[in-house]
Design a binder for this molecule. Structure first.
Ligand code: SME
Length: 155
């Protein structure tokens, strides 16, 4: 699948409507299955001062289902609002290990109305797997899914 095809497919998923949980789950499946170097892919949603794991796809579950903003590569991206690309996870002291097979990681914040509401986290079993093409593509996906990435409380 090309990135353009994936963006079109994300647009179709969103255009069909449905509830936010279903949209995020379908987008996660599409992305993880569509790209060989996306070994594990999950969406974390901001809840208070924590990132809480939402839908994910990959060979194994992670123990990191709740990460305080500011901790790990995930927490750093949520705190700064900037995409993090880590070419060698074992060389990054911030890295919270999930899977022994992971070599590199990208974390892309999801912003909505000026605040960070979540993020897309991808682990790759290949070193240095993520480049500027992935960054631009995933930042666009984050914009598209942002209105569907807000934790609803008390509704
Ligand atoms: N590696 C992340 C934790 C999440 S797992 O990769 C799924 C981090 O350092 O924040």
């Amino acid at each position: 699948m090309t990135r353009d095809e994936a963006l079109e497919a994300v647009g179709e998923i969103i255009g069909r409507g449905g509830d936010a949980d279903d949209i995020l789950r379908e987008v996660v499946e599409l992305l993880q299955q569509g790209f060989e170097h996306y070994s594990w892919l999950g969406i974390y949603l901001v809840e208070g001062d924590d990132l809480v794991l939402g839908p994910w796809q990959g060979p194994e579950a992670t123990e990191h289902v709740r990460i305080p903003v500011g901790q790990g590569v995930c927490g750093a991206a949520a705190a700064s609002g900037q995409t993090e690309i880590v070419d060698d996870v074992n060389a990054d002291p911030r890295y919270l290990a999930c899977f022994p097979s992971t070599r590199s990681e990208i974390v892309v914040p999801i912003a909505y109305e000026g605040r960070i509401v979540g993020e897309i986290d991808i682990d790759s079993d290949q070193p240095g797997a993520f480049g500027e093409g992935d960054r631009a593509f995933l930042e666009r996906v984050a914009e598209l899914i942002a209105p569907h990435s807000i934790v609803q409380r008390g509704l």
